[in-house]
Design a protein around this ligand. Sequence first.
Ligand SMILES: Cc1cc2nc3c(=O)[nH]c(=O)nc-3n(C[C@H](O)[C@H](O)[C@H](O)COP(=O)(O)O)c2cc1C
Length: 354
Amino acid sequence: MYKLLKPLIFNIDPEQAHGMTINALKFIQKHNKLLSAVKSCFDYQQDTLQQQIAGVTFNNPIGLAAGFDKSCEVPKVLEMAGFGALELGGITPKPQPGNPKPRMYRLIDDQAIINRMGFNNIGMNKALSNLRKYAYHVPIGINIGVNKTTPYEERYQDYLKVMETFKYDATFFTVNISSPNTANLQNFHDKDEFAMLCNTLTYFQASQNITQPIFIKLTSDISTTELSQILPTIVDTFDGIILANTTQRRESLTSNNQNETGGLSGKPLFERNLELIKWTYQHTNGDFPIIGTGGIFTADDVIRMMRNGASLVQIYSSLIFEGPTLTKKMNKALASYLQQNNYHNIQELVGLDA
Ligand SMILES: Cc1cc2nc3c(=O)[nH]c(=O)nc-3n(C[C@H](O)[C@H](O)[C@H](O)COP(=O)(O)O)c2cc1C
């Protein structure tokens, strides 16, 4: 079905196509019969895919990456679509429109996307009331960003504000310091700025009794030297690490849109992020949860990410190119891979090649 629709969808501006998809999903979400139909088409359950990471039960390792549902508009229908977790957002304290359009591009030949959305979202309070319209069985992650207008020295407070707002509703939080589309956000990767952020977070977490796991999401453009400087603080402060967000590098691309400003996601990210995952797994002795993201298109990609150290993965760009049946396809293929190779649980794959 998606193969038939794809040429039509790809004729429409990518952000407009995304808006139409969200509207269609909103419609489905309002009708219980349609929600059940989505579940029977796209959901796939298998005990061998279930694992506990950072105290949270994930029914399968394929999560939805941040950026698809930036304002918590369609989490119920996404739950039915078979993801093992949903990361919603990035959410900022205040609503903001994001960067001027156009700001999202398909790189069809490279199976990649460039975006410079700039944390467009309806703000934490309205996003929270959207989320509260339903109850969920799937882990709900809240990806936190920073408002463009927040003064530089006060930006760490934006993370705290969103956490406080969602503290009764999120299953986990992701501190996103890696969007390239908010000026200087990536400065938080600097050792000293990072230490200050982490001190504040740790104090806040204790004083506000935030009990959910908190993950940190880094840029794909971090070098292993830079990563080694902040890794001990990451392990002390966070419950897991998401590797990695988009890249500003442009290497070996062929599509017309390759010179657009923004973060590049999709296929070209895969090998780079795999290296970061393997390195991090090795330097944390396999003891610290890693969530892999970037260019995961097939069950084989999931298996490679997991064998190199990721416990879970997240996808976004591949959904644009392959359509919504991807989670079911991947989960089915993972379950049969486990069975064929006599593994009892998906967790047994983690780090085998690292
Ligand atoms: C249009 C778009 C918007 C995104 N917005 C966010 C965001 O708000 N927060 C975030 O942490 N990552 C965001 N991302 C990055 C994705 O979550 C993901 O980490 C990245 O795209 C790599 O995965 P992929 O290759 O499967 O897309 C966005 C990606 C795209 C394509």
